[in-house]
Design a protein around this ligand. Structure first.
Ligand SMILES: *Cc1c(COP(=O)(O)O)cnc(C)c1O
Length: 364
């Protein structure tokens, strides 16, 4: 048997009869961009996440960048973020002129370790970018308290965590700002590119709208030097059509992760610790193995697809290299993590096959 790491065409096949009429509607309307095309989606996203304001943009990276800009973060400022995250986080910070400061991770949850924050705090620190990596919640309540005590902005990167629940709240509703990504492989993905910013203070709305759309709020009157970060109508229509399925997909992926977890009764494959009182919306099912080279050869032999998220920490990337970063846990994780097949359309046979393969795996 061959089990793909990810196969989006299965979802498209299932939803085609729902998506095609939506695409046709957009084609017939002749409206392909602009606020009117995304406003219904924005309201629905806000309702799902329990945040007062959402603006749709054309990527998660744009959402992160605009969140930082709206909070006036730039040259001379520092933003703390976890070392093992997608490079877009560090890039967005760097693009504003600010300096990314890398925090080590907790060795069990693999999320940013809040205990690192006091050591990284300087008079230049302006914000913490808290990432819910893999769709598992980071310790957002502890991080939020730290930000409050020290007068820092809290930005949540919920790109991988749309639908993740912490206590009674959704990821994205804790920060002053939050970024979501609708890249096709994410929990809620569009056919193309997309993202969204969530924010609490309505005072940010005006500037964010302007920055998204070439700096103009009224047509042809430009208030600031803005960007083109608009989401297109087709992307928005597809996202809206997929929303009713989100909960089912999250539940299904949670079941798959649970099946994998239960199959493993060896110390050779470690799963992440889930914080209490939460419902992760798993974007990736990541495990740690002592000998990755051997494990990957085993998966290859079994015909099981995999990914590595991420093989190189941000602070070890040539472009973001930091001499001061001390992140041994993040480095260990980068060297030992493997992402297993996880998407809602995996068949029961495929899931059982992967679980059985995990169960009998032994390192050499
Ligand atoms: C995907 C992702 C982003 C960037 O989103 P894009 O839509 O690809 O620009 C940012 N942060 C994290 C953690 C991500 O996984």
């Amino acid at each position: 048997m061959r089990v793909p790491f990810f196969d989006l065409s299965r979802q498209s096949q299932k939803l085609k009869h729902i998506l095609l009429p939506k695409i046709e509607e957009v084609l017939d309307s002749g409206q392909f961009s602009g606020e009117a095309c995304v406003s219904t989606l924005e309201q629905k996203l806000a309702a799902i996440c329990g945040v007062p304001h959402v603006l749709a943009v054309n990527s998660g990276t744009a959402a992160l960048f605009l969140a930082l800009k709206a909070l006036n973060i730039g040259k001379g400022d520092e933003v703390i973020l976890p070392a093992n995250t997608y490079a877009a986080c560090a890039a967005a910070i760097r693009q504003t002129g600010a300096r990314p400061v890398f925090a080590d991770i907790d060795p069990y949850s693999w999320q940013m370790d809040p205990q690192q924050l006091p050591h990284l705090l300087t008079p230049h620190t302006k914000a913490v970018l808290a990432v819910h990596l893999y769709g598992i919640p980071c310790d957002i309540n502890t991080i939020a308290r730290f930000c409050q005590v020290h007068g820092l902005w809290l930005i949540e990167d919920a790109a991988q965590a749309f639908g993740t629940q912490i206590g009674q709240q959704k990821a994205g509703s804790f920060g002053d700002m939050a970024a979501f990504s609708f890249y096709p492989t994410k929990n809620l993905g569009t056919a193309g590119e997309g993202g969204a910013i969530a924010f609490k203070d309505p005072a940010h709305r005006h500037l964010l709208r302007a920055l998204r759309n070439q700096g103009n709020v009224q047509k042809y009157y430009h208030e600031v030097a803005g960007y083109n970060f608009r989401m297109g109508a087709l992307e928005a229509a597809i996202l809206e059509a997929k929303l009713p399925f989100l909960d089912e997909w999250i539940k299904r992926k949670q079941e798959i992760v649970t099946t994998y977890r239960r199959a493993v009764d060896t110390p050779y494959i470690r799963f992440p610790q889930e914080p209490p009182n939460c419902r992760p919306a798993y974007h990736l099912c990541v495990v740690q193995v002592p000998d990755r080279h051997h494990f990957l050869k085993y998966l290859d032999k079994k015909g099981i697809g995999y990914g590595i998220h991420y093989p190189v920490c941000c602070h070890q990337q040539a472009v973001f290299r930091s001499e001061t970063a001390h992140c041994p846990q993040a480095e260990y994780h980068a060297a030992h993590c493997v992402s297993l097949p996880l998407f809602p359309e995996l068949s029961p046979q495929e899931i059982t096959y992967v679980a059985e393969a995990l169960n009998v795996y032994r390192p050499r």
